[in-house]
Design a binder for this molecule. Structure first.
Ligand code: KIV
Ligand code: ZN
Length: 517
């Protein structure tokens, strides 16, 4: 018997994009829409077409390009919004209009200034209107959680009778609890089961994270009969955000034994989607974020590392690979033990005995005491006896960084970078363009060094006490990731120096691999 299917309705491009600091250009939205297609989400809420001409264009661009998922636009419950939504999603093979109106006493009295019966009348009339434009209509009674239960049943009944194919129950203000949510879904589904056609309606949940319970409440709704979860990549959305897509999906996947349902998500595409969102919106993924944070599959404590090296299941309930994360779970630091040190040195291609690891261990501990994380470059230096590590180790040194961003509309930002190779007399200078001056600087570094590094993470911290900027750059070269750090007075110098440190590391590890091959 196959488990019931829970649809994943992704609202990264609508509720997520609506949140301060997360707005996206149409090009950025298309990058995310492609990532959502690769994830195989069921529905993409691509925007709110009536909100602005730019929003309408972006929804249409997604509808024109993205094949597979249903493309949806949000609309208030009025003809103008519904027309704009239907027009924007028209190019999609599978299209949906999602229309909503507030139903709680606060929304009725303070915002809409409408009576209960006026709202019911509007639902009947306009859901039917939306159905005349598209086959697939979702209706949301906004602030459903704070709506009187008897009235919520009336509103949902009116929507189903008018032809809604999905009924979405939003916890607009993130107020409810898991127990209440399960109970509400059981109650609602039971209360409308007598309506003709109700058996074909999908019940959906849409939670906000104001009290940190969006994922738990969404999962609780599934326990109560919901078969669609509305969620967003990295949990972005209004205020504290929406239910996090990756957390909800991995909870349903990892605890299939408990929830007894399945999604159609390609879970190895989760991390690439999360990174894409982080890049497009310039918001880093928090280090301790569940599923996709840098620490989610990382172990530094010696006892944990020993356990994980013996059998990953001792401290991991999911595989990093299952969510598409590079499996680099052993972070070497001052809490690490000899097992982890030996494993990492051997993974770098060194055929090293346990005796030699024991000899190197005191130096490793000294190094770990002074560094946040011991990198592969540190280890190469330690094993080869060149352990003078200053964060700029490697053949390339930065000699000059010049950035230009104050350019007119026809000129892209550019950077002029000068590097010096330890074994070459001449300095090398390259001018490159980029999305911004730092991006241009990274392109110039890659052009000079010949290492095709792509920036994955760039962390910059101003240390006020010391008057310096500490930078950490994580780059991807093929399948591998390398971290470089730097400390400089100027923020641009720090970013470029950290990037060069990571490039140096990549070049050093590559040379080491060639030497042992
Ligand atoms: O939070 C909310 O109520 C919404 C609706 C428009 C579904 O985002
Ligand atoms: Zn919302």
């Amino acid at each position: 018997m196959t488990e019931p299917h829970v649809k994943i309705f992704d609202t990264t491009l609508r509720d997520g994009e609506q949140a301060p600091g997360f707005s996206m250009s149409t090009d950025g939205k298309l990058v995310i829409a492609r990532a959502l297609r690769d994830l195989n989400v069921d529905i993409i809420e691509a925007g709110f077409a009536a909100a602005s001409p730019g929003d309408a264009r972006a929804v249409r661009a997604v509808a024109e390009e993205i094949d597979g998922p249903t493309i949806c636009s949000l609309a208030r419950l009025n003809e103008k919004d519904i027309d704009a939504a239907a027009l924007a999603v028209a190019p999609a093979k599978n299209r949906r209009v999602h229309t909503f109106i507030g139903t709680s006493p606060t929304h009725r009295d303070a915002k809409l200034k409408m009576s209960r019966s006026e709202i019911l009348e509007r639902i009947s009339h306009l859901v039917a209107y939306a159905r005349s434009a598209v086959e697939d209509v979702e209706f949301s009674p906004e602030d459903a959680i704070r709506t009187e239960r008897d009235y919520l049943v009336e509103a949902v009944t009116a929507a189903i009778e008018a032809g809604a194919t999905t009924i979405n129950i939003p916890d607009t203000v993130g107020y409810t609890t898991p127990e209440e949510m399960t109970d509400l879904f059981k109650f609602l589904i039971d209360s409308v089961s007598h309506i003709s056609g109700a058996e074909n309606v999908t019940f959906s949940v849409h939670c906000h994270d104001d009290l940190g319970m969006a994922v738990a409440n969404s999962l609780a709704a599934v326990r109560g009969g919901a078969r669609q979860i509305e969620c967003a990549i990295n949990g972005i959305g209004e205020r504290a955000g929406n239910c996090s897509m990756e957390e909800a999906v991995m909870a349903l996947t990892t605890r299939k034994d408990y929830f007894g349902v399945r999604t159609q998500i390609q879970t190895p595409k989760i991390y690439p989607a999360s990174v894409a969102l982080s890049r497009v919106t310039h918001n880093p993924i928090p280090r301790n974020k569940a599923i996709v944070g840098k620490n989610a599959f990382a172990h530094e404590a010696g006892i944990h590392q020993h356990g994980v090296l013996a059998d990953k299941r001792t401290y991991e309930i999911m595989d990093a690979e299952a969510v598409g994360m590079p499996s680099n779970s052993i972070v070497l630091g001052k809490h690490s033990g000899k097992h982890a040190l030996a494993a990492r040195i051997r993974s770098l291609g060194f055929d090293i005995t346990d005796q030699r690891v024991g000899d190197l261990f005191p130096d490793f501990k000294k190094l770990a005491d002074t560094a946040r994380e011991v990198t592969d470059a540190d280890l190469v230096a330690l094993v080869t006896g060149n352990s003078e590590h200053d964060g700029r180790q490697g053949p390339w040194r930065v000699r000059r960084v010049e950035l230009r961003a104050d350019v007119d509309d026809d000129t892209r930002p550019f950077a002029r970078i000068t590097l010096k190779h330890d074994e070459q007399e001449e300095r090398q200078t390259v001018i490159s363009e980029g999305e911004g001056p730092i991006d241009a600087a990274f392109a110039a570094v890659c052009a000079i060094t010949g290492v095709p590094g792509r920036i994955a993470v760039l962390d910059l911290h101003h240390v006020a006490d010391e008057g310096i900027v500490r930078a950490e750059a994580v780059i991807e070269v093929g399948e591998d990731r390398y971290t470089g750090t730097a400390r400089e007075v100027d923020v641009a110098d720090a970013a470029v120096a950290a990037f060069v440190a990571a490039i140096n590391l990549a070049a050093g590890v590559e040379a080491q691999r060639r030497a042992v091959a």
